[in-house]
Ligand binder design. Structure first.
Ligand code: HEM
Length: 427
């Protein structure tokens, strides 16, 4: 089949622009993805004066193909968004973390922390995760309503990842704020630290993310200094301080970038799986009743929640050589964006994909990506979502959403910022 020109493709499903955060904030992306899967599965999304254009991949098999070839479709040129046409002064270079590293260095760096994320490590931490979950639920138990995101879903992943990194509890709220600032920089709510006339603008977003990263990295440089004076051996930061790759210690920049990634990746995604999971259960009363009658369905329910919510909208790769996908030519140097929510509703893979089915099996969703960069924290994320819903539905069986979820303006994170819920208080 002859390649279709970018111009012809972009003209096809008219009006679909996946750079537009509002499409995702309004939760209307699934309709756009459905059209793209049917009409333009390899779709050229034009850029703007600031952002590069990119190829959208919306079919499961194509996303799998790209994920299986990390030496051709690389991560080191950026994994979120399509990249700026011009890098702002002072923002080029610097250290990178595993998520923006390519083979062969990627796997060597990933091995340093792998031990902390094995199924065994997750199993060992389960009682602690349950204890933290119940402490969080105790705080709302005497009331009859709360903001589920601020008081429940955000608190568990925050406590788990900060605990693994050995951070004192007094620092956890800062980690929460900085994660929001970094990943939510396109949303006006998190642009509070910029001048009023910049709020809601592209410049506001750039300043917000840069400020968040600067503060996060500064915080971890101080933590490293503390660990050097008072060494510990029981947390991720200390493991990284002692680690070597190819006979060389990691630089301070490497360690800080690693810590930044762990906090950011460990926080926001799992939070949104929990918030999105509650929304899905409330919107599908029969499935919810089934789960409450048969709590042993929880493991498959968790997988369905992950498929349904797809907490990360996309990851980006850059082609290092010319490639043809579904007859469309992708040139070396061009960006491809893998849209996970679309893969997870692909009619060619999933039976009745728009049906939320807590017993779905098989359910090989791509919410955690695939291959070389498969989510390091998937085991913890699964355990956290499962334990949260086990305890939540046991203690607050009538919990329900009472208003519209306030969603994040982002084409990267499927975020819920606020979610009002009511429930019968515990006696
Ligand atoms: C429901 C929750 C989560 C979802 C949906 C999710 C999703 C993902 C996805 C799609 C990737 C692949 C990135 C790529 O291919 O470029 C990834 C990578 C990663 N995730 Fe997660 N994640 C979740 C929770 C977590 C948690 C709890 C942690 C840490 C405790 C974590 C740490 C990481 C790290 C370090 C990577 C980079 C792995 C690498 O590049 O080798 N994630 N995640």
């Amino acid at each position: 089949m002859a390649p279709i020109s970018p111009e012809a493709l972009s003209a096809l499903p008219s009006g679909i622009n996946l750079l537009e955060g509002r499409l995702f904030q309004a939760n209307q992306m699934h309709e756009a993805f459905r059209v793209l899967r049917a009409e333009a599965p390899v779709h050229w999304n034009p850029g703007t004066d600031r952002f590069n254009g990119f190829w959208s991949l919306v079919k499961y098999e194509d996303i799998l193909h790209v994920s299986k070839h990390p030496e051709i479709f690389i991560s080191s040129k950026g994994i979120g968004g399509s990249g700026l046409r011009e890098t702002p002064p002072g923002q080029s270079g610097g250290s990178s973390s595993i998520i923006t590293m390519d083979p062969p260095r990627h796997v060597k760096m990933r091995r340093l922390v792998n031990k902390g994320f094995t199924p065994r490590a997750v199993l060992q931490l389960e009682p602690k995760i349950r204890e933290i979950t119940n402490t969080i639920l105790n705080r709302i138990a005497h009331r009859d309503s709360c903001d589920f995101v601020l008081e429940v879903s955000s608190q568990l992943p925050l406590a788990v990842i900060c605990g693994m990194m050995g951070l004192e509890e007094e620092h956890w709220p800062l980690m929460f704020d900085l994660t929001n600032q970094i990943l939510g920089s396109g949303d006006a709510e998190y642009q509070a630290r910029v001048a009023p006339d910049k709020v809601g603008t592209f410049e506001g977003a750039t300043l917000t993310a840069a400020d968040g990263n600067r503060r996060m990295n500064g915080f971890f440089r101080e933590i490293l200094e503390g660990r050097r004076i008072h060494p510990r051996d029981d947390d991720m930061v200390s493991i990284l301080l002692e680690s070597e790759v190819d006979g060389e210690r990691l630089t301070e920049g490497d360690i800080v970038a690693f810590c930044n990634l762990l906090v950011v990746a460990g926080n926001e995604t799992t939070r949104n799986a929990i918030s999105g999971g509650l929304i899905a259960l409330c919107e599908h009363a029969e499935e919810r009743a089934r789960l409450q009658d048969q709590p042993d369905l929880m493991p498959t329910a968790v997988e369905e929640i992950l498929r349904w919510t797809s907490p990360l909208h996309h990851m980006t790769r850059e082609a290092t050589e010319d490639q043809v996908i579904r007859g469309t030519e992708i040139k070396a140097g061009e960006k491809v964006m893998m849209w996970y929510p679309s893969a997870n509703r692909d009619e060619d893979i999933f039976d009745d994909p728009y049906h939320f089915d807590i017993t779905r099996d098989p359910n090989d969703h791509l919410a955690f990506g695939f291959g070389e960069h498969f989510c390091l924290g998937a085991g913890f994320a699964r355990a956290e979502v499962r334990i949260m819903f086990e305890e939540l539905l046991r203690r607050f069986p009538d919990i329900r959403v009472t208003g519209e979820p306030e969603r994040l303006r982002s084409n990267f994170i499927n975020g819920v910022k606020h979610l009002p819920v009511t429930f019968t208080p515990e006696r």
